[in-house]
Design a protein. Sequence first.
Length: 594
Amino acid sequence: MNQNLKNIKVILATDCGSTTTKAILIEYINNEYRLTFRGEAPTTVEAPFEDVTCGVINAIIELEELSGRKILDNDKIISPQSNNRGVDLYISTSSAGGGLQMMVGGVVKNMTGESAQRAALGAGSIVMDIIASNDGRKYHERVQKIRQLRPDMILLSGGVDGGTKSHVVELAEIIKTANPNPRLGNNFKIPIIYAGNKDAVSDIDKRLGDITDLKIVDNIRPTLDRENLKPSRDKIHDLFMEHVMAQAPGYNKLLTWTDYPIIPTPGAVGKIIKKIAYNENISVVGVDIGGATTDVFSVFDKKFNRTVSANYGMSYSICNVLAETGIENISRWLSSDLEEKDLTNRIANKMIRPTTIPQTLEELIIEQSIAREALRLSFVQHKEFAVSLKGIQQERTISDTFDQTMSGETLVNMNKLDMIVGSGGVLSHAPRREQAYRMLVDAFLPEGITQIAVDSIFMMPQLGVLSEIHEKAAVEVFNKDCLVRLGTCISPTQVDADNKEVMEYCFEYDNKKIEGILEFGEIKMIKIGFESIKTKLIMKNNSKINGLDEFSGNVYGGEVGIMLDGRGRPLDFDLFGKTFINNWSKQTNEYPLK
């Protein structure tokens, strides 16, 4: 793209999802970039169309009808724009065709295997399986698994530079024996990225060089105490473009339209989360909950992590959520008792008819109770994966480390968390913003002072790509049109259930003063819009706020307001009955009063 950024006034961005293709129009109005129109259409990567550009064109046609701007001419995008015709920049993301699906290999599953998984997840892929020397499977079982899964590509790592070669060479032998066919297209060799011990390169090439498209990059773990993920992530992205995208129907045509390479949707979401965290120097947790998977992103101390919970979603994998969390954990969020059989049947109906939406208030409450558990389980997985490097504090050889199962400490520190951003249908399209607020707080249990926000219409992927090209436009649209700031959750910790008073509070704004006492088990909602509020908090009975006895400073309101959460951390449901559940809903105006 050779254009001067100052000349970019109209931007078209699309996201080709597995079921829906979304298109947005961003325009430069009154010295700032704003989202002006949005269109969508079914994705057309499968039969009978088998051409992703059909869905893109249909979504753009809707944009043309809404905006009155002529964008297409003979199924080609008019560029540059002039006189209400065309656009200056066109970008796209994609997860159509199931997105990027990978396997990773590492000598030690919870060291190099996990580093490889971090590299793949950060590049926007779904990690289907980890093959490791110590994964407990027999040789033939690993071979069978590789053949069965048919990944788009494999990332192979293992061994520090100058260390033992035999284990990673054995993994290469397993891949050679499996000789897997890629998922899309049978007329090319499967891409293998080798990011392990540099001394083993010639041995790896002997085994895989002829039968695969082997690419060599720098070692993911050159030493035990250093992780080097960028070369692998960059190569994954390059191969995704060259191989996976090239095999998907219509993508070659779409690539000729875009002004910047297409990247996987989750990778693009990660880019905007990182950009906001770095620009504002804050810690952020982001979540995108879908029908089949839930992605969680986090940035703490400028370290980015992403996990994919492939079995936790709100439609296709809703029964997995039920199986994992149990009926009791879903029932505890309901304001009234429901027979176990009835609740189970309702959940099964959602899996059978994944595109249905709740038709009654009771169905909505059940769906949002399940969402809390799907989000909670995904976040538990994320915290277990987003850890400091393992095996670096003791001197040990690779063979000593081989049986190590100790994990590093999680990087997710809830007391240091500044913002939670939620996305996905159950959050973005909740009938009331209060419901999205409650779901995020109940699932993630923020501690101290934490801003809560949701993506208004799921445009984070497009803005993630845009942030790579035109950061000003991406950040302005993200803050003004994408991010709905719900408010700030204030959650004291070390709360003593035996003492009634948790915190004394005082908020001052617009010559008004709101003050009072928060008691144990209470949720209070202070209705204040998105503005900076002078705040004074005094802890009672040994409670803490961000580890302190009191807080004086400014916090932000939001579309819903400031939530005071006196339930303590973690939530102990043995202390709360249905009366509490009902009171929480009433205090937060979560549902219409019955």
